[in-house]
Structures are given as C-alpha cells and as structure tokens.
Design a protein around this ligand. Sequence first.
Ligand code: TYD
Ligand code: MG
Length: 464
Amino acid sequence: MTPKARTIYRCTSCGADHPRWAGRCDVCGEWNTLVEEPVARTPSPGGGKGAARRLAGARSLGEGGQVATPLKLGSVVGAAEPRWKTGLAEFDFVLGGGIVPGSMVLVGGEPGIGKSTILLQVAAKLQSAGHRTLYVSGEESPLQVKLRAERLEDDAGDVLILGETLLETMIAKLEPAVLIVDSIQTVFTGDLESAPGSVGQVRECAARLMRFAKETGTTVFVVGHVTREGGIAGPKTLEHIVDTVLYFEGEGTLDHRILRAIKNRFGSIDEIGVFRMTANGLDPVQNPSELFLGDRLNHASGSAVTALLEGTRPVLIEIQGLAAKSGFGIPQRVSTGYDSRRLALLLAVLDKRAGLSFSQLDVFLNVVGGVRLQEPAGDLAVATALASSVYDRAIAPSSVFLGEVGLGGEIRPVSQSERRLGEAAKMGMTTAYMSERGIPSRLPKGIRPTGVRTIGDLFSKLFS
Ligand code: TYD
Ligand code: MG
C-alpha cells in the first residue's frame, strides 16, 4: 500500500482533483489550472468539486471537534469593539475610521511603491499605542528593517521583528495583537509541496492567516506584490479571502502615493488616502486637491479642472490636452490616466458636434498627478482641455467642469454635484460649467454655476 498523499492538485477551472501536478487538466482540458491544496481529511458526501470548498469553509468555522450551535441573531452577545486609530490620518480614513481588531487587511501594490514603509509606520504607531505588534519579514533581514525604521519619524524601537517565512512558526509565536506579514509571496506552509509564491501556497497561507485572525482576534496585515500585468499569484487570488483590500498606487517618478480601498467589509470602498513619500517615510497629505493643482500653469491653453469623486471625497484634478500637427501617417492618440477608447469617442463627438477636426492632429491627454480618471463626470473637462488646445485659448484658472458628454454632444448631470462644487469652492474656484439640470438647489458659497446644454453651447461661451 502506498502512503496517502497529503496534498492534491485541483483544477481551478472544473474542480477535478489530480494526485500530481500536470500542465493540463485531463478532465476539462484547460492549461495551467492545477493548484496544490491540502487533502480533505474527511471525505465529503458530495465528493469531487464541492469538497475543497467545503473543506475551506469547515476549517474557518469549527475544526477541532467542536460542534457549532446556531443562535438566534437577537441572542448573539458581545459589543462591537472600537476601532484602533493608527494616527496616520489618511490610513485610518481609507480603512473606514481605523483598524477593526481581528480583521485581515491586504496591502497590494507594485514593488517599491512603499508597502513595507507604510506598514512599518503603522506598526510603530500601534506599538506605541500599546498594541503588541509583530512584524514578520520574509523579504528583508531584521537589520534591513531596522535601518528603514531609523529613517522614519515614529519610533519603531519596540516593534517585534521576526525574519521568518514558515507560516506555522509565525502564527505560533508570541501572540501579538497585530501581525504584519511582509510579504505573502514569501510565506509557505510545510503542508504543501509547491514553492512559496505559487497560487496554492499563497491561497492556503492567506486562508490560514485569516482563520488565525478570526480565532485569536489578532489583526493581520499582509503585503502582496503585484506586477505591472496584475500578477499571477498576487493579490488578485486573495481578494475574496481577506476582509479588506487596499491598493497602493503611484507613478514611480512622482513622490505622492494613493492608497485605495477596493474591498472593505468594514467601510466604504473607493475611498482614497493620499501620501507623499519623503526622506522620513510617508506623510499624509491633508488636502489632495491642493497637491494635484499645485503645479498648474495659470495661463496655458489645454488645461481644464474637474472634481472627481473618489469614494466619498471629492478631489480636484487637472486635465491636460495637447493637440499638435502630426507628421506623416496616422495621427497619434496618447492618453495617460484616461481610457483611450473613451478618448477616441470624445474626439469623434468633438468633430461631429462641435466642428473640431482632429484628423490631422496628434492628440495627447494627461490626467495630472498619476490619477486615473474613470468617472464619466470628467468628460467635460477632457473635451474642454482638448478644445482649449485646438483654439490655443486658455481657460480661466478659476473654472471647473463637471459633466458627462453624450454621443449627441449633450452634457449630462453628474452625481453628488453639491459635494464636488463644495470642494471646488474650497479650492477657490468661482465658476462651474455643468449641466443645467445638474445644478443643485443648495449652492456652496463663492461658486457660481453656469448651465450648459451641449459642448457647442459651452465652447461658444468659452472661446467666442
Ligand atoms: P518600500 O516600502 O520598500 O516598497 P515596497 O515594500 O512596496 O516594495 O519602499 C521603497 C521605496 O521608498 C524606496 O525606493 C525608498 C523609498 N523610501 C523613501 O523615499 N523614504 C523613506 O523614508 C523610506 C523608508 C523609503
Ligand atoms: Mg517591501
């Protein structure tokens, strides 16, 4: 009799299990879909596909012989624990008002963006607030982490550090209130044969850390690297396991970073926090609009400002357009921070509805500050920046543009215009061009909305 294998390889496409790894699932025929996982200890009645899922579920509930008894919701006891504030303002804000004890938070982002830095700062803050914090680094030696800590403003001297990659060791250690794992790609469990960083390892380790968080009430932060392409064994495979997913974004050449919540069981998503990378770590930026509008040239053509709504917080952003005579061949369309198909669409609308032809012009569009403009509410500013470049006429720097542009050239109202106008007014804007129908009844002080129906209507107001 051969000894029973401890792990199996399951096809992520059809759920079939295989005793050993293969490049192709011989049940469904898909390539590269086999992922290692521990063998279910009790055979499940359904067998096959559901078994692994049930195994994962069972593990997180009551393994170890306990039988779970259902309760009436009304008789569930216990008070919601207050959140822990790190004191790193933007970090707390993105989490929805601080850390929820016993939750698991994934911090994803490209290598070098600042994930280790921010978590070390968080560790220092939590430790000095009296929460026992353990920083487990599989990427850097304790000395390297110490050298980094010395650059930071907060004193991280009391944070516990452990250079370890074996999961079993790190969760057996010391019972911290906060566990930081940097990074999930370096962690492995002895129960699987595959290498650290493989999908099987990453998933299994994350699931166990999650269970550890729930069972012990430990708050767990894990770092996950993503590559430019989105990463195979990266944060994407973990998003459904953890409570909260934060992504750290930024342009390599710029010193500000955006922390974005893309999943949050304990707060709203799409909230952003803005930081600046300094010589002493990451500094929360109190007023992002100020940062993004800071370097604006006031009287150059091809620039228009809009107010984006990121989560619940409006942020003013500058859009730059440049239309320049093209050389030979097909004119170029280059867009940074804005969907290039949306740009093509707007160019066609500008041509057809406002008589602006771009067929002989190269078009460059840039959303300033490395921000990604995804809301249609920014259309009007994009169209205006482009028209301003074509006419070579600058827009008054105290104007803001809010509106979605339709295929007919019509300008549509945007959501929550009152809050956007509020932010614009706060930043000293005095005129807002927007859809007539979208003008809120309560207007913030200092800003005067101008209703426009179509882009033709707007351009005749601006450029004639
Ligand atoms: P790091 O946190 O190591 O990135 P990640 O963990 O996401 O890979 O950040 C690395 C970059 O940050 C590196 O280029 C150095 C820079 N940095 C500063 O500019 N100031 C600082 O105080 C620190 C600690 C790092
Ligand atoms: Mg790091």
